[in-house]
Design a binder for this molecule. Structure first.
Ligand code: SAH
Length: 260
């Protein structure tokens, strides 16, 4: 029983992974099953269709994150609300903004952030093991972060030679951010550095291209908002099986200590 004066509802911000049901966590499935109200944008909700039977569903569109957060919090006073976020809810997802709005509202609603497989991990798993050690993640979307700041961050991470994962490689209205990032990478890395373009990982329309930093222009048109780009680091190399290119390996360093 809720205490008098305390909200009766709960709020969960649920990361649902890259797209397929198999990649959702058991906790995400359980929290969605236990919710009576589900909020999310239409692409994600379509993915969850069979899980939504008998629940109130509120569909929102991209770009209305603050409004969505406010609505979710209002409803969570009296309902068990699950707000759906793609990948991980805390990585360029809804968790941050919901917690900020909640803090500002001063509401005592029980809240849970449910983690999910983020695009970096999903994409990496499709091309072998390009992120075996330290790596960095940068979003090229300049909707909330100025382009100069993004460029400074790119300089910093490429300069230390670790693999870099690019989210939102092409923003709406800014189609050139991706090739600007590539130009910065080339200041620090050789043209034979392996690169993976992973589009729609674990969902319909999946497409994987393995190329190099020197050969990337030829594939520029394949890069869009549904693509995660992995630019290898100084030690990354192509992973082959016989003559076939299978993906990318970034050795973690075992080869320096062991014979195998
Ligand atoms: N919260 C999400 C990221 C949202 S930002 C997560 O943790 O994965 C949106 C960007 O994520 C897209 O532009 C794309 O770069 C990447 N992305 C999300 N899902 C993807 C998928 N299934 N395949 C490839 N990239 C994906």
């Amino acid at each position: 029983m809720p205490l008098p004066g305390r909200p009766a509802g709960t709020l969960a911000i649920v990361g649902i992974g890259p797209g397929s049901r198999d990649q959702m966590t058991a906790r995400a499935l359980k929290v969605i099953a236990g919710a009576d109200m589900i909020i999310g944008n239409d692409t994600y909700l379509a993915q969850l269709e069979p899980l939504l039977v008998g629940k109130k569903v509120i569909t929102s569109t991209m770009g209305q994150e603050v409004e969505r957060a406010t609505t979710a919090i209002k409803l969570a006073r009296t309902h068990r609300v699950a707000m759906i976020s793609g990948g991980d809810a805390g990585v360029y997802g809804m968790a941050g903004i919901v917690l900020e709005v909640l803090e500002h509202a001063g509401l005592d609603v029980p809240v849970e952030v449910v983690p999910g497989v983020t695009a970096a991990n999903a994409a990496a798993s499709r091309v072998g093991s390009p992120l075996s050690g330290d790596f960095a993640v940068i979003s090229l979307s300049d909707l909330l972060t100025p382009l100069e700041v993004i460029e400074q961050r790119l300089e910093a991470v490429f300069s230390v030679g670790i693999p870099v994962v690019l989210y939102n490689p092409k923003s709406r209205g800014r189609p050139h951010n991706f090739l600007r990032a590539v130009a910065i990478a080339r200041k620090y890395l050789g043209g034979d550095t392996p690169v993976a373009l992973v589009k729609n990982a674990y969902r319909q329309g999946e497409e994987i291209i393995i190329t190099t930093l020197g050969g990337i222009e030829a594939h520029d048109r394949s890069v869009d908002m549904h693509t995660t780009v992995i630019i290898g680091g100084a030690e990354s190399r192509i992973w082959r099986r016989g003559a076939d290119v299978k993906g990318i390996i970034t050795p973690r360093g075992y080869q320096r200590k062991y014979i195998y």
